[in-house]
Design a protein around this ligand. Structure first.
Ligand code: NBP
Length: 477
């Protein structure tokens, strides 16, 4: 038994992760349900390093040095449970089972408890960066016990992406914390992508600019505060020409965005926790709207627009407004995502360091961006920061763009261009900073029809008004 780490599940992600371990000098046990994938890994990439292939799970387990460290990289869901069921009888106390697939965090919490009862460590870990990241350095978000991280940390940090020499990997928190944070990462990714798509649409509708021209604007933006992987690939996609028709590639792609479910999970959890993540929610719903074919067919050409025709007079000023509005909306989406992490951390006792999360997202993952440094700095300044937007850097940065944000959202509304994420983010911004919200009226209505009580602005206590009789006020506590 000489392998230092094992990988079972050798489709694109598992194969690349196994190669990444091997390239860093680890002896890697490899296994896959159908042996063909294991054989093709050895045939195609055997010279990447030291692999120990096994056809059976028993031989795979036997090839690993103890405590065994086994990464499962199979299709999330039933396949993960099937692999765990096959593995557990073969393992011994103290062995570490790592699920690196995109599991839903409640499943990870369940599996962790089950394996703990067998004396095994179960580590649900987020891995971001797609196949390219898995091979060359992903962002890694491991949950599970502190003890398991003592074994895994050095290996995972070694194969993770590095930014300024700092690994994009840290212990996130107990049981499902790693998968939770990966889920919110994906939710933020949804918001980021939607905001970029809205900026593209604004530039297209407002300026009548071509895809290639807009691509140049994004390339320019990528040299400033907005510098990020998603802005960079947006510029590349917009510059691409369809080889079949010679048209701009984006213009021949059908406008229906699909989803695999992590955005939906993020929103569902936010509803459970009562955290307003409007940016992520709007982004998730915007994908759903794009795919609502019968509804769109019924509405196109039928619903009245009564919109003006867009007449942008100052091109450069408009582009700068869109840039500022994009940045401000993006800060809101991240601020909301970090609120959700804080709420879940409190709910599940994970004690997640939010600054560290921003740090490990700086490289390897899809939302990697220059401005994540700013988030880390904000949480270093104030570890218990109640609202990322209220950090001094972000207050100033967003404050600087508020006028532009208002111009863009109002012009978009007047011209009939949908900007669900831009406008809901601005509404959140105005909502959270409002001295007084109209929730007073809602609470009064609730007391009226359901005797749900209310509190007063002028003294402590819980009150109810006898709405159906003499409207006298009673103090409940
Ligand atoms: P897939 O999600 O396509 O899963 C294919 C793998 O699952 C194969 O190894 C397959 O074995 C195995 N498998 C299945 Br399906 N059912 C099984 C079962 N009952 N027992 C044992 N093995 C089973 O692979 P992937 O795209 O490499 O993704 C792996 C994980 O990584 C997923 O959870 C995914 O969500 C996550 N992830 C993917 C990306 C990405 O960019 N693709 C990024 C981040 C995370 P077989 O060869 O015998 O059929």
């Amino acid at each position: 038994a000489r392998a230092q780490i094992g990988v079972t599940g050798l489709a694109v992600m598992g194969r690349n992760l196994a190669r990444n371990f091997a390239r860093h000098g680890y002896t890697v046990a490899v296994h896959n349900r159908s042996f063909g994938r294991t054989q093709s890994l050895i045939a195609d990439h055997g010279d990447d390093g030291d692999f120990v292939p096994s056809e059976s799970m028993a031989d795979f387990v036997a090839s690993l040095a103890r405590p065994r460290k086994i990464v499962i990289m199979v299709k999330a869901g039933a396949a993960t449970d099937a692999v765990i069921a096959e593995l557990v009888p073969l393992l011994e106390e103290g062995d570490i089972v790592i699920d690196a697939g995109n599991a839903h965090f409640p499943d990870t919490r369940r599996r962790e408890a089950e394996l703990r009862a067998h004396g095994l460590h179960f580590v649900g870990t987020g891995v971001s960066g797609g196949e390219e990241g898995a091979l060359n350095g992903p962002s890694i978000m491991p949950g599970g016990s502190v003890e398991s991280y003592e074994w895994l940390g050095p290996i995972f940090e070694d194969i993770s992406a590095k930014v300024d020499g700092v690994p994009c990997c840290t212990h996130v928190g107990a049981d499902g914390a790693g998968h939770f944070v990966k889920m919110v990462h994906n939710g933020i990714e949804y918001a980021d992508m939607q905001l970029i798509a809205e900026a593209y649409d604004l530039l297209k509708q407002g300026l009548g600019a071509s895809a290639a021209e807009i691509g140049e604007i994004f390339a320019q933006w990528n040299t400033g505060d907005l510098e990020s992987f998603l802005i960079e690939i947006t510029a590349e996609v917009l510059a691409h020409t369809d080889p079949e028709t010679g048209a701009a590639f984006v213009d021949v792609v059908l406008d229906r965005a699909e989803q695999k479910g992590t955005g939906r999970w993020t929103v569902q959890n936010a509803l459970d926790l009562g955290v307003p993540i409007t940016g992520i929610a709007e982004a998730t719903f915007a994908r759903a709207l794009s795919g609502s074919v019968p509804q769109r067919e019924a509405a196109v050409g039928t619903l009245v627009a009564d919109a003006s025709s867009w007449d942008v007079t100052d091109r450069d000023a408009f582009i700068e407004d869109v840039r500022l509005a994009l940045y401000a909306s993006k800060v809101v989406a991240y601020s909301q995502g970090f609120d959700q992490i804080a709420a879940a951390s409190a709910e599940f006792g994970w004690d997640i360091d939010r600054g560290a999360m921003a740090r490990i997202w700086r490289g390897g993952c899809i939302i990697r961006a220059r401005f994540l440094n700013r988030i880390t700095e904000a949480y270093e300044r104030t570890p218990n920061l109640p609202l990322l937007l209220a950090d001094e850097y972000f207050t100033a940065a967003v404050g600087n763009g508020v006028g532009a944000w208002r111009r863009i959202v109002s012009q978009a509304a007047l011209n009939g261009v949908p900007t669900p994420a831009f406008s809901s983010s601005l509404a959140y911004y105005d909502g959270v900073r409002a001295e007084r919200l109209p929730a007073n009226l809602i609470q009064a209505q609730r007391d009226f029809f359901g005797a749900h009580t209310y509190q007063r602005t002028d003294r402590a206590g819980v009150f109810h008004t006898e709405w159906t009789t003499d409207r006298s006020q009673t103090q409940e506590s």
